[in-house]
Design a protein around this ligand. Structure first.
Ligand code: NAD
Length: 475
């Protein structure tokens, strides 16, 4: 092993155990992984009540929201992997060109080895254990560092992992940035990081020391476009769900809306009605609303509040607001219109229940606003005009595009999930998650006797030169 100066001795010992187990795993039948993942899925379902309790304590999530946004996506990932693993591990035969006549080649999917998964706090269970499924499916070991900002869920994952997995296969190490910094000094074979763009850069720098591959699942400002042809009621209903799920603390939440001026007022009215339908069970949305969660901590509560105040000071109009409560971290949904593009809320990812709306009089105004910002994770277009959908889809580089809905691209098991540049790189979910944790290793087998390449061996006489000329002509 490389020299590891300044790393906690316990972490080093744990890493060595994982590295040794990862080596043994390479020759074990893939069916063992399938069995393990399948029974882990059953274990998760048996422990649903513990997951409900932890998410309630950390993020004020209702049981149903926890089922929809934490348990269901994880179980989907697990069932998909169990069903498909046999296909994913199958080596892929590769055709030989004429110059390789007589050889046979295939791509084998080998496990990368000892992996590190660093999780975020916003969907802390699913976004930490989802990558674990891909990691195990590909035949690796995992050390997991969950977010310290959701301590109940973090502790639950530590307990569940301890109860279910062998320690040298999966280990949860709890802690903050300092612990993550220590772990990042170890020579992992792959790091799967979900979190902010700024920490993503730190992770990538650390990975460079060991030339370790990384998957970075980051965030960003996902633009949402609504033109005059869109079905406004559908748009309002779907955006109300996508934006206020987990109180807007979702990496794929619509971040801001660009809307045709002629339909702006009607849309805002419909959006307000739809938000009420979702959350105002008792006539208003308040700290007693059962299906509306909480902001994770006071720092984020104050950060979001400051973004709203800054936009208002710069001239934004408040279309929807209500009493928030800092003590219980209940943040009332906010809709702002006429938001200046140079306000702070249009610079950083909002990650909260605030939706800025900017209207356009001409479609030419749309692209400059989007392209002035880093490449987003999601891009949402509400329109019935195919040419408009296509033009925007082609013009904007984004992690994913979703037309006439939002957020749904995340849970589709056959679609890769991830960003591009500032919103991250590398893909997660299903086969793409399996590939993220695999090395696609070509294996070439040569035949006996004379081979095509032997015609190019020295001495470089006229025969070799003629062969080269032939190849240049016929390749
Ligand atoms: P974060 O970057 O603050 O923290 C993520 C993890 O990194 C935590 O486990 C944390 O302990 C660790 N960390 C913090 N500082 C570190 C350091 N200096 N070195 C190493 N590790 C460190 O992110 P967050 O606040 O937990 O999550 C919110 C962000 O994550 C948002 O930007 C959101 O868009 C993004 N996100 C992306 C996805 C996705 O799948 N693309 C999903 C959820 C969240």
């Amino acid at each position: 092993m490389e020299k590891l100066a300044g790393v906690d001795a316990d972490f080093k010992v744990m890493f060595e155990k994982h590295a040794a187990r990862a080596q043994r795993l390479r020759t074990e039948p893939w069916q063992n992984r399938k069995k393990l993942i399948k029974s882990f899925g059953e274990f998760v379902i048996q422990n649903r009540h513990r997951i409900h309790e932890a998410l309630k304590a950390d993020l004020g999530k209702s049981e149903t929201e926890t089922d929809i946004s934490e348990v269901f996506p994880l179980i989907t990932e697990i069932k998909h992997a169990v069903r498909e693993l046999g296909n994913w591990v199958e080596p892929e035969p590769i055709d030989a060109p004429i110059t390789y006549l007589g050889t046979t080649s295939e791509l084998q999917y080998e496990p990368k080895g000892a992996c590190l998964i660093i999780g975020p706090w916003n969907f802390p269970f699913m976004l930490t254990l989802g990558p674990l499924v891909s990691c195990l499916a590909a035949g690796n070991t995992a050390i997991i560092k969950p977010s310290e900002l959701t301590p109940h869920t973090s502790q639950l994952m530590r307990d569940m992992v301890k109860e279910f997995f062998e320690e040298d296969l999966v280990t949860v190490i709890e802690g903050d940035a300092q612990v993550a910094t220590q772990l990042l000094k170890l020579p992992f074979d792959h790091i799967f990081f979900t979190g902010s763009t700024s920490v993503g850069k730190i992770v990538m720098r650390a990975a460079a020391d060991h030339l370790c591959s990384v998957t970075l699942e980051l965030g960003g400002k996902s633009p949402t476009i609504i033109d005059a042809s869109a079905n406004l009621n559908d748009a309002a209903k779907r955006i109300a769900f996508g934006k206020f799920l987990n109180v807007g603390q979702a990496c794929v939440a619509p971040d801001y809306i660009l809307i045709d001026k002629t339909v702006e007022l009607e849309f805002i009215d419909l959006l307000k009605q739809n938000i009420s339908k979702l959350y105002a069970a008792n006539g208003s949305i308040n700290s007693q609303s059962p299906d509306y969660g909480r902001i994770v901590n006071a720092r984020n509560f104050n950060r979001i509040d400051a973004l709203v105040q800054d936009a208002i000071q710069l001239g934004a109009k408040v279309e929807l607001n209500g009493a928030s409560d800092a003590t219980s971290r209940f943040f009332h949904p906010v809709i702002l219109s006429g938001v200046p593009t140079d306000s702070k809320i249009m610079e950083e990812e909002i990650f909260g229940p605030v939706l800025p709306i900017i209207s356009f009089s001409s479609e030419e105004e749309i692209l400059p606003i989007i392209l002035a910002r880093p490449k987003p994770l999601g891009f949402y277009i509400f329109s019935t005009r195919k040419a408009f959908q296509q033009k925007l889809t082609e013009s904007v580089s984004a992690g994913a595009v979703c037309i006439n809905d939002c957020v749904l691209q995340f849970t589709h098991p056959n679609l890769p999930f991830g960003g591009t540049n500032a919103s991250g790189f590398g893909k997660a979910h299903g086969r793409y998650g399996f590939l993220a944790f695999s090395n696609e290793k070509p294996v070439l087998k040569q035949k006996r006797g004379i081979t095509m390449s032997s015609f190019l061996y020295p001495p470089f006489n006229n025969r070799v030169k003629r062969t080269i000329n032939l190849m240049l002509r016929w390749l």
